[in-house]
Design a protein around this ligand. Structure first.
Ligand code: G6P
Length: 491
């Protein structure tokens, strides 16, 4: 079980300040009601939280973010040794800043317009207002010369706002999602303001080299900054052009997972037993295929189901011998595109199961839930083949978790070329999810792969993940943030 804790007041003085601050849209906790109706907080599952929590626990830092409910102002508190500074959102902010500008403008735009982004001036105004609120909350708790690490697309204006309020701070930004090419980015009516907002950071980190270079190309095209190598240098009178006075460096820092933690869980006897039980409950099929995603249109779930359905229809895969477990965790449920996707996926699952199920066996076990980490590891262990078929994905940590969990080097990963993870997990079966035939062959290749070959590939990928874990990610980013600029730029 995850640790559960009630609200504790922050330690130290009445107005504590911190030397290291993470700023993210969400706090790394969510609230639930205890048995006696008391308020308890639990660490949240999810990529960003998994990635940064170990770093926060190791340092005496604070995390500034939204606590997940609207119209409620909370005092700072502590949970699992992390100081938490809640930023409130009201219903209008939720609709315009979160569901609107963040998740219906920036999210689809940055994921290569898989669905058309919507551009609304009212959303933009609210995004600016909420970003200012996050910047103010951070400026209020940052000690002199503190390091602040801003996370993700919801807070792209925070670096510049923070620099204006607190020029003494060292500011980093990390973009967890892709950064699109200038041709796509140029659609954004507020492209210059967003670029200048990000350039307020000393270092802007991206998942892939391609994302960093997309960002620099847009900087060159749409701002008054001069781009030299990885640096975006402000003009002589920066304020007049809307620039902040700092030089900004863009770099690739692919995020990773807590590899050892995943491996340790994979050896936990309870989890190993649970994995066996899952296989039994599914009727002990020869092959379990697994998909684990937030229910998001970027994940290519429909493409995956189409490929799997065709394999079933052609008889290359038979129900009973194989079973696909598809976990689709609920996400952004008030956003129309997500509601449409849920309907489409559920229709496809219903059709395929109706067509192929037998009394004994199911073609797809569809689970519209999110699960705690322990259950996820049991599922990874139970599965033979992991299907990650995103149409576009900043990184995809599920792919990395699956590999790290298979400490005996069994299993195989089918991985979309359009994930950040594809740059690192090169020994997986790489597929283009738009190419249904190619994806079918990829799945069959993984199914029929010589076990020795598979095991050699898994071992190499696991070695990569041991060397490049989340601690390595944050250390490398923070080391780079602490580095002075090259002398020739400063003269
Ligand atoms: C992606 C984003 C994160 C976000 C997460 C969950 O991984 O990069 O910033 O927190 O999705 O989405 P949600 O909208 O529920 O925070």
């Amino acid at each position: 079980m995850q640790e559960e804790q009630g609200i504790e007041p922050p330690s130290g003085s009445e107005n504590p300040s911190y030397d290291f601050i993470v700023v993210a849209n969400r706090l790394p906790v969510h609230r639930f009601e205890g048995e006696n109706g008391e308020l308890l907080w639990r660490r949240s599952p999810g990529g960003l939280v998994t990635a940064i929590a170990p770093v926060m626990q190791a340092s005496d830092g604070a995390w500034v973010g939204w606590h997940g409910a609207t119209n409620e102002v909370l005092e700072p508190f502590e949970n699992e040794r992390i100081h938490l500074v809640p930023v409130p959102l009201d219903d209008e902010d939720l609709e315009m800043y979160y569901e609107g500008f963040s998740n219906s403008t920036i999210w689809p735009l940055y994921h290569d317009v898989i669905v058309p982004p919507e551009f609304h001036r009212t959303w933009w105004d609210n995004y600016k207002k909420v970003n200012k609120r996050f910047a103010d909350a951070t400026a209020a708790v940052a000690s002199e010369g503190a390091t602040v690490w801003v996370q993700d697309y919801q807070l792209q204006l925070v670096p510049k706002l923070l620099r204006e309020a607190r020029p003494d701070l060292r500011i980093g930004f990390f973009n967890h999602i892709p950064f699109p090419s200038p041709g796509i980015f140029s659609q954004l009516p507020w492209r210059k303001q967003i670029l200048e907002g990000l350039a307020g950071a000393d270092v802007v980190g991206f998942q892939r080299t391609a994302d960093a270079s997309n960002f620099l190309r847009s900087m060159r095209r749409y701002t008054d900054r001069t781009v030299k190598g990885s640096l975006a240098i402000p003009p002589a009178s920066p304020e007049a052009s809307g620039s902040s006075p700092n030089i900004c460096r863009a770099e690739a820092h692919p995020i990773s997972i807590d590899t050892q933690y995943v491996a340790d869980l994979a050896h936990d006897p309870e989890i190993v037993a649970r994995a066996k039980q899952i296989r039994q409950e599914l009727g002990n099929p020869k092959t379990i295929l697994l998909g684990v995603d937030r229910l998001d249109y970027t994940k290519g779930i429909r493409h995956r189901l189409k490929a799997y359905g065709e394999l079933l229809a052609e008889g290359s895969v038979t129900v009973g011998e194989a079973c696909l477990v598809q976990v689709a965790s609920p996400s952004r449920e008030n956003v129309e595109r997500y509601q449409q996707l849920k309907d489409q996926v559920e229709l496809m699952v219903g059709n395929l199961n109706g067509e192929h199920d037998t009394m004994e066996h199911t073609a797809i076990r569809y689970l519209h839930h999110s699960y705690p980490m322990r259950e996820m590891i049991a599922l990874y262990l139970a599965a033979d083949i992991m299907l990650v078929t995103s149409l576009r994905d900043g990184m995809n940590l599920v792919a990395k978790e699956f590999v790290a969990a298979h400490t005996d080097d069994t299993g195989m990963l089918v991985l979309s070329e359009f994930t950040g993870a594809a740059d690192q997990l090169t020994q997986s079966v790489l597929v283009n999810p738009h190419d249904i035939d190619g994806m079918k062959s990829g799945i069959l290749r993984a199914l029929r792969m010589d076990p020795q070959d598979a095991s050699r590939r898994m071992r190499r990928m696991r070695r990569h993940l041991r060397e490049h874990d989340v601690a390595n990610w944050s250390q490398t980013f923070l080391a780079s943030l602490g580095q002075p600029l090259p002398v020739d730029v400063l003269v």
